[in-house]
Design a protein around this ligand. Structure first.
Ligand SMILES: NCCCCCc1nc2ccccc2[nH]1
Length: 292
């Protein structure tokens, strides 16, 4: 029995649909923000679907969670305070916790039901919430950041769903301005930035907003996630001020993390070479994004 997880009319990837074989539906529900589905797939472990869009599978979540976290955190010497916007599954928290320099981890997730469901069905992601440095704020990140003091964070990670639905306002200029204000002078932002195969217009819009808002380096990076439409997803890395951070080579290599053996053993995707490679772009992307 297979069920089409993606529908042909999804505006994010019109005309495309992706299927995973469903062994068993584990949870179906609706929060005030989105429909939530969890099922056991035949070959990718448990799968989390929000409004019909695959958010993560147990098999390939590492590619996304590790890259969205370590690309920014390994690009600054000693991150101490970090904010996660979205990320209710806990995977980014799990990855941040590997950085012993980090002292405080704030997370602002709008949907409590996503957090509860992931605690039940994705224990190896929601383990991130157990770290004593984590402070959970359930609510709208736009309000949260408006009330955040200036210069509070070394790094902000926007682990959002797509800009259709609850995450629409997370790609607009005012939001990026509140992020820039909340960052410390040497601070960095990393946010989910769609697919180079499907969304170069959206990426161009985000890039130009970020180049106006952040005075430092702004680069696009990408990774492979087989269960995402087009098989890739990208990230926008922005430095609040220049020229200290260039992102291209990790100044805080993951291999040097204290207790590296422990931390590295659990890491399944990210390493310092993959970090460098992530910023290398295909020719059509350089052309369309205006290679910087
Ligand atoms: N926090 C999960 C981030 C991914 C959300 C779902 C998703 N999957 C995608 C595939 C290609 C481009 C953008 C995408 N957005």
């Amino acid at each position: 029995k297979t069920s089409k997880v993606q529908y042909f009319n999804n505006p994010m990837w019109p005309g495309e649909a992706h299927s995973l074989k469903v062994e068993k539906i584990l949870y179906q529900g609706k929060s005030p923000y989105q429909e939530i589905l969890v099922f056991e797939s035949s070959t990718y472990g448990n799968v989390l679907v929000l409004d019909g869009i695959v958010q993560l599978t147990e098999k390939d979540e590492c590619a996304y969670q590790e890259m969205v976290t370590h690309l920014p955190l390994c690009s600054i010497p000693s991150p101490k305070s970090v904010l996660v916007v979205g990320g209710g599954d806990g995977g980014v928290l799990r990855e941040i916790a590997r950085h012993s320099s980090v002292e405080t981890i704030d997370i602002c997730e709008i949907d409590q039901l996503v957090i509860d469901v992931c605690k039940d069905f994705f224990p190896q992601l929601s383990v991130g919430f157990k770290d004593p440095r984590v402070q959970l704020h359930v609510g709208d990140a736009v309000d949260f950041l408006r009330n955040t003091p200036e210069g509070k964070y070394d790094a902000i990670i926007v682990d959002s769903s797509d800009p259709i639905g609850p995450a629409q306002e997370l790609v607009e200029k005012p939001f990026f301005q509140t992020i820039a204000r909340a960052l410390k002078p040497g601070g960095v932002l990393c946010n989910q930035a769609e697919s180079m195969w499907l969304h170069t217009h959206l990426i161009q819009d985000m890039l130009s907003i970020c180049r106006e808002t952040f005075k430092g380096a702004v680069h696009y990076a990408w990774t492979s996630v087989p269960t995402y439409p087009s098989g890739v997803i990208g990230f926008l890395l922005c430095a609040k001020e220049g020229p200290v951070v260039d992102f291209i080579s990790p100044v805080n290599p993951i291999e040097k993390l204290e207790g590296a053996m422990e931390a590295r053993r659990e890491i399944r995707f990210y390493n310092s070479e993959i970090h460098r490679a992530a910023f290398v772009l295909p020719t059509f992307v350089r052309r369309e994004l205006g290679s910087h």
